[in-house]
Structure formats: C-alpha cells, structure tokens
Design a protein around this ligand. Structure first.
Ligand SMILES: [Zn+2]
Length: 370
C-alpha cells in the first residue's frame, strides 16, 4: 500500500503505519506541547505510543482469529481511526466472519475493562472523554481511547468492524451477496447521517462519511462479483477473440497489433500454442522508446503470467487476478494451449451484463465450451 511505512512483521504479517496516522500523532503531540510545554509533550508521546499499541493489538485480534479459521493476513496498516488488516479472504461461513470481526473490538473491551477495574473508585467518568487533556491520568485516557475505539469500530458500516458484524448477522438469514448489499446500503445511510452531523458539529465527520460511503460501494461491488464468479466457469467469462504474438515477433509487430486492435495486453504464444508471456502496452511503448522497434518481444514481455484451466471456477481465476495484481490471466485447454484471456476490464463487462439481466441463471451467457 502506498503512503505507508513498514515497521516489521509478526508471524508472517507485515505491520505498516499509514502516513495519516503519523500526521494524527504529530497533531496530538502539538496540542499537548501548546497546552503544557515539553513535559506535557513527553506525556503525550507516551500516550500516543500506548494508543498505537492498542490499535495494533486490536488488529492482531482480527489476524489471530482469522488464522484460527485458516485465513492468513499479508499486512496490517494502521490508520488514524484504526487499522486495516488485509486478509487474503474473509472466512466464508457467517459465524466465522462474525468471530473475526468481533475479535478486534473485543481486545479493546478487555484493555478498557482491565484499566477501569484497576482505576476503581478514583475514576472520574468525565475524564474518559478528555483524551486531549494533559491533566487527566494516563490510565483513564487510555481506557477512554479504547472505549472510543470500540464505539467507532462498531459503527455498522464498512469498512468498520460493525459493518462486517452486520453483514455476518444478515448472511445467517439470507445469501451472502444479498446480505452485503443490504449491509452496504445501511452503511451508506450511516455515512449520510455522519455527513449531515459533520456540517453542524465537526468537519472531520464529513471526511469519515465520504470514506465510509466509498468503502461501502466498493465492498458491495466486490461481493456481487464474488457471488457471480462462484456460479460461473472460466470458459463462460473469458475473451476468446484476441490477437496474440509469435515468439519471434518484434516490438514493432506488437505496436502494429496495438493500433489495429482494441487490446492493451498481447499474449506471446509459441509454436505449440503455449503461453510464454504477456506484453503490456506500457512495456511495449517503453521498449519502443528506449530499445528500438526491432527488440524481440520475448525480452520485454512479462513472463510469469498465471494461467487457469477453462474448466476452473471463475472465482479461482479472480483470486489470482486480484491477489497478484496481474493485468491478465491466461486460460488454457487440457493440452495446456492458450484458448482465452481474462482481464479486469472483461470481468467488469461481465458484471455489467449480469446486473442488466439480474434474472439470469448463474451460467447463462456464451456457449458451454471444452
Ligand atoms: Zn477492527
């Protein structure tokens, strides 16, 4: 993820911190300094580090719960209002997703409860809400911050944990795609309320509202794609009419093909029909400029292109397309020959067709092949 710094890793999960989180910390440090000088700023720094640890422990709650269900997490990125753990996937069963979503806030509940017990009678409940006040005791502030973390994360909107809790609970009663759609709509409703409150009370809420609104739309689109992909074979979604390049083609040949067709990625196929690599438009133009038109395409193509069988389920192909960030996945027949391509754009087109004909059965378009 761009704009984030790597801090190391825990059990195979990289820990990253987003630049906006650092800005938030600096902002808080500056407020402390202005209110109480160096001593307060030092106190503030300790407080900030403790909050940072609480947010990290929250995310690790998700990470370890997900690992319990066999889902690894590549990295955790800390944002000002929580972290985002990029799990490879969500557990399919709603009960498991519910457990993973609740594991994060549960960590903050435990921290807050432990601190409140320890503070006992000397606690002034008002202090819990004054995390920016240097005169309040550290334990009370950390407890207060954890309560805020729980409340914020339980807002029933994506990408907050509350959104996932809501989706999981809905998914126990209806299909996953339908549950996501409904949860996203509810989340967007919350975003609108936040935005309106933000106009009157705090402009920060408007930023959060926009963030929630966009995240909800993205989540809904992804869930819809997954739902369609589960009932579809690769052969029903692939591009079958495309121009490929031979292994002896030059960048100049590729440039001609680029102009003649609407393709932006060209598979390079050897004499026996096997996929050797893919030449992207960007790589082609770069090679044309820097190395000349006679450069063999074999030297400038991407050679580690994933392939899937035409008989595979589309969601498998989708995963390798999304996870590896590749522009294209090659589709092969039983003899390992290239017979089709899958790209992000063509999946987008498939979704447009699907949503324009929502009453279609799961495998309606194209002739069943292979
Ligand atoms: Zn969380």
């Amino acid at each position: 993820m761009r704009w984030s710094l790597n801090l190391g890793s825990i059990g195979g999960t990289a820990i990253r911190i987003h630049v906006t989180f650092l800005l938030f910390l600096i902002w808080l440090g500056a407020i402390y300094y202005r209110q109480g000088g160096a001593e307060a700023a030092w106190q503030g720094t300790i407080f900030i580090v403790l909050i940072f640890l609480c947010v990290l422990l929250h995310e690790l709650g998700h990470v370890f719960a997900a690992r319990y269900y066999g889902v690894p997490t590549r990295d955790v990125t800390l944002w000002p209002f929580g972290g985002i753990a990029s799990m490879e996937r969500m557990p399919e069963k709603p009960g498991q997703e519910l457990a993973v979503a609740l594991a994060g806030p549960a960590v903050n509940v435990v921290i807050a409860a432990a601190l409140l017990l320890w503070l006992g009678p000397q606690l002034n409940p008002e202090n819990l809400t004054q995390i920016e006040n240097p005169a309040v005791s550290m334990a009370a502030k950390v407890a207060g911050a954890n309560i805020i973390l729980v409340l914020f994360n339980m807002i029933p909107a994506f990408p907050m944990d509350g959104g996932r809790v809501l989706r999981a609970v809905l998914a126990m009663r209806m299909g996953n795609a339908r549950a996501t759609e409904l949860a996203a709509t509810i989340g967007q409703g919350f975003a609108v309320v936040f935005g309106i409150l933000g106009i009157f009370y705090n402009p920060m809420l408007i930023i959060i509202a926009v963030f929630i609104f966009l995240a909800a739309s993205g989540e809904a689109a992804q869930a819809q794609l997954r739902a369609v992909a589960q009932g579809t074979l690769v052969s029903d979604a692939m591009i079958t009419e495309f121009q490929s390049l031979g292994t002896n083609a030059t960048v100049n040949d590729a440039a001609d093909a680029l102009i003649r067709t609407t393709q932006t990625e060209f598979p390079v196929v050897d004499g026996s029909g096997r996929l050797r690599g893919v030449l992207t438009r960007d790589a082609m133009i770069k090679a044309l400029k820097e190395r000349g038109p006679e450069t063999p395409v074999l030297e400038v193509m991407q050679s580690d292109v994933p392939t899937v069988s035409a008989r595979a389920k589309l969601d498998t192909a989708l995963r390798s397309l999304m996870q590896k960030g590749r522009p294209v996945v090659g589709v092969t027949d039983a003899q390992d020959r290239l017979i089709g391509l899958l790209t992000v754009e063509n999946l987008g087109e498939m979704m447009m067709v699907h949503s324009a004909r929502p009453d279609m059965p799961a495998r309606p378009w194209g002739n069943p092949r292979g």
